[in-house]
Ligand binder design. Structure first.
Ligand code: LLP
Length: 433
């Protein structure tokens, strides 16, 4: 009935998420409010695991890319579901440590990890450091010596694959700040160097071609290139790389026109490609690592807002302003991302009029949805913007000193706060007079 299958409508004709009445949650926790269906998140985790089991004999590991949404609770959920974790900063790593996440299942990414971040990772025995560049490799070599520790690494490679997505979230091409390039020999050189460093254990190669991708082909092309690279390294050095990490990027449905590929299909095709190349090039089957972020959490979340002013500019536009905006969802202003919204009361009511849903920040570009057909809306009405479970809370800010909204997770129809609402006191807590 709705774009997200965690949504429904109850006997009072009110929108539900995970079976919970959205208007009641809005009353209890106030708006703006992020609501996530925990059962759906778990189901999404299982979909990936099941697909790897079915198509690759379970010889893999699914990492949840915590940049999509990071907090203690989501780390626990990922752990309970048997997933590993992709972290990309000291802050995400610290959250995982505090959530008692098994350190050996953490992969630490980032194109400019600081020495302090690397030390935090190494002293906590993080499973893999995904090395981005030679400066980082050198730093790790020193840390291994200083600490007398073995450090297991993988390498971020630019496979030279162009994925069709927003420019800011394309990463596989040579002009990218992430990783070392295949075609220039940079990737081969850094790995050869790593083999000479004491305390550095080369385990894997990694690539991530971009985010919100709807095609299988770029993933297959990347997998092919990476597998041939693994085979080339074996031929040239005699060493076999045992882990192939293909990153995340699997697209989700934000609007009716988005058509995501079932995640099992991605994995089935990737597995076939990988298996075929192991035969052709006479190498062993690597462990496959995947790093979905958005597709685990985004379709399990909505943001609920209260309508404030309704401004009709005759023959031009009707602005429906809500009590949040780019401070809780900067994706429109950053990428012109498209979203769908529903009225919380009577969500199946026929939309009548094209309106623009605007935020309350002091910025003309602070829109949530430009031109969406909605039923009539008046001040005080609740609306839900859909598929906001990923890259919304994690990219939220205090612009205009707006406190970040809380996150409520619903499980078995029951809500439980996962992140409390920020207060004005929180806003000034680091200020010094
Ligand atoms: N692995 C690596 C190394 C990544 O860089 C990313 C995302 C992922 C995994 C997870 O990708 P996902 O499955 O979530 O697409 N802020 C942007 C998205 C940036 C993605 C950055 N890297 C947005 O709101 O669309």
């Amino acid at each position: 009935m709705f774009i997200l299958d965690c949504l429904g409508v109850n006997e009072k004709n009110i929108l539900t998420i995970g079976g919970a009445d959205v208007s009641e949650l809005a009353k209890e926790y106030k708006t703006p409010l992020y609501i996530m269906d925990e059962d759906k998140i778990r189901e999404n985790c299982r979909l990936y695991k099941k697909a790897l089991d079915e198509h690759y004999n379970g010889n893999g590991l699914v990492l949840y890319a915590s940049k999509a949404f990071c907090c203690l609770r989501i780390c626990s959920i990922a752990n309970e579901e048997g997933l590993g974790l992709d972290v990309v900063s000291g802050g995400e790593l610290y959250t995982a440590i505090k959530a008692n996440f098994p350190m050996e299942k953490i992969y630490f990414h980032g194109n400019n990890k600081t020495k302090d971040e690397l030390l935090l990772a190494v002293t906590n025995n993080v499973g893999r450091i995904v090395v981005d560049n030679e400066t980082e490799l050198d730093m790790l070599g020193e840390i291994a010596k200083e600490k007398g520790k073995d450090i297991s690494v993988s390498f971020r490679i630019k496979p030279g694959v162009d994925a069709h997505t927003h420019d800011f979230i394309r990463t596989g091409q040579i002009d990218s700040k992430f990783g070392v390039a295949l075609e220039t020999g940079e990737a081969e050189n850094i790995i050869k160097k790593a083999y000479t460093l004491e305390g550095i254990n080369v385990k894997g190669v990694h690539c991530h071609i971009g985010s919100q991708i709807f095609e299988i082909e770029p993933f297959l092309l990347a997998a092919q290139k990476m597998m041939h690279f693994i085979a080339d390294i074996k031929e040239k050095t005699g060493n076999e790389i045992t882990e192939l990490n293909l990153g995340g990027g699997y697209g989700i449905k934000y609007t009716k026109t988005d058509n995501p590929v079932p995640y099992g299909d991605f994995i089935r095709h990737i597995s076939q490609t990988v298996k075929q190349i192991t035969k052709e090039r006479n190498i062993s089957l690597p462990k496959i690592i995947m790093e979905p972020g958005r597709s685990i959490v985004a379709p399990a979340g909505i943001t609920v807002y209260t309508v404030g002013s309704v401004k009709e500019i005759p023959n031009i536009r009707t602005y429906i302003s809500v009590d949040g905006g780019m401070s809780d969802n900067p994706r429109y202003i950053l990428y012109r991302s498209k979203y769908h919204a529903l009225k919380v009361e009577n969500p199946t009511e026929k939309p009548k009029k094209i309106v623009t849903i605007a935020g309350k920040c002091c910025e003309s570009g602070d829109l949530l949805i430009k031109n969406i057909k909605m039923p009539s809306l008046k001040p005080g009405d609740l609306i839900a913007v859909l598929a906001t479970g990923g890259y919304n809370y994690s990219m939220a800010s205090n612009y205009n000193r707006i406190p970040r909204p809380p996150v409520v997770m619903v499980s078995g129809g029951k809500p439980k706060l996962a992140i409390a609402r920020e207060s004005y006191q929180d806003i000034i807590k680091n200020d010094i007079m």
